[in-house]
Unconditional design. Structure first.
Length: 325
């Protein structure tokens, strides 16, 4: 079984309070916190609320969503790391706030993502798409690379900040294609998208959930998918691997975590519930309509993916000499 199949396998397991009691680890026994490291609104918040609402429906216990936005998800992750190890503090987090943050900040983070939190299951992912403004006259990665080489130092790319997955993904493209697109960091996505559509910046990599409407409206052009599979929303857009860039893997994935030292039986209970919820037709419909690809997994699959991401981005950070404060 390949890694993608492993990560997004759906294991349908019935969840009942009686099963937990028989195993000696009844869960949930009280209201649970469901932390997300993002602001209300947007695809991440939609995912948190859709998943937590279905968990509440299945178990009869409350799952209270808490939006705790902060740079690199430090606040929510630290709260999760320090929570009681009873499975009643859950966190929806991403590659950027776990493996990538660790590759950038290392020991400067107030926690160790491989020691202080543990994954429960993959939840979903959103393909990262390499996009340009339609006025640039570029319709493929090959054309972008040719243009960049003919105009060295003139083309630029926008990101929501230094050290973000968007930044690292574009630096990986620079390295693999032998080009030098200039980094233009922004403080937020709205200004970045506005400047791209006005052709004040030229290139960007961003999640399908964010950019698909503008692509479908003809304002932006999708050149490639950064993940190893094509976007469900744009199945005609090839992957970077299909275009001759093996090993180019940039994706926004979302997984469920809790604090370390949580008993394995409780982890198994939450994983079973998560697999059931992520296979629910209503949840799947809500997430796919927002440009997200849902799918649960084992805890081990998430851990393996995090370690792969950490190793990959640590090298990119070193090669591109990226320094973050």
């Amino acid at each position: 079984m390949n890694r993608i199949s492993l990560v997004f396998c759906a294991v349908l397991v019935a969840v009942s309070p009686q099963a937990g009691a028989q195993s000696g680890q009844a869960w949930p026994t009280k209201a649970a916190r469901f932390i997300t490291n993002y602001t209300p609104g947007g695809p991440t918040d939609l995912a948190a609320r859709s998943i937590s609402a279905k968990m509440q429906e299945v178990t009869g216990q409350s799952f209270l969503v808490e939006n705790l936005p902060s740079a690199n998800g430090v606040i929510g992750t630290q709260i999760t790391a320090r929570a009681a190890p009873d499975g009643h503090t859950l966190m929806l987090s991403t590659a950027g706030h776990t493996a990538i943050a660790a590759s950038l900040y290392g020991e400067r983070l107030p926690f160790d993502i491989f020691r202080d939190i543990v994954p429960i299951s993959m939840l979903l992912h959103s393909n990262q798409l390499i996009i340009v403004n339609s006025q640039l006259g570029v319709r493929s990665i090959a054309e972008l690379v040719k243009l960049a080489k003919s105009r060295p130092g003139e083309l630029n790319y926008a990101t929501p900040g230094i050290g973000t997955p968007n930044h690292l993904g574009m630096e990986l493209l620079n390295s693999m294609a032998g080009i030098k697109l200039i980094h233009v960091p922004y403080k937020g996505t709205a200004a970045m998208m506005g400047d791209l559509m006005a052709n004040r910046v030229h290139v960007m990599i961003n999640s399908a959930a964010t950019v698909v409407p503008n692509i479908q409206a003809g304002k932006l052009v999708a050149l490639a998918s950064g993940w190893t599979s094509r976007s469900r929303a744009l199945p005609d857009v090839p992957t970077m691997e299909e275009l001759g860039y093996p090993g180019y893997q940039v994706s926004t994935w979302f997984a469920l975590f809790t604090t370390a030292k949580t008993p394995p039986a409780v982890i198994a209970r939450i994983n079973a519930l998560t697999n059931q919820v992520m296979a629910d037709a209503q949840v799947v419909k809500a997430l796919t309509s927002a440009g997200l690809d849902p799918g649960a997994s084992t805890p081990e699959a998430v851990t393996n993916l995090m370690r792969e991401e950490f190793d990959r981005w640590k090298k990119v950070v070193a090669d591109a000499k990226i320094v973050v404060e």
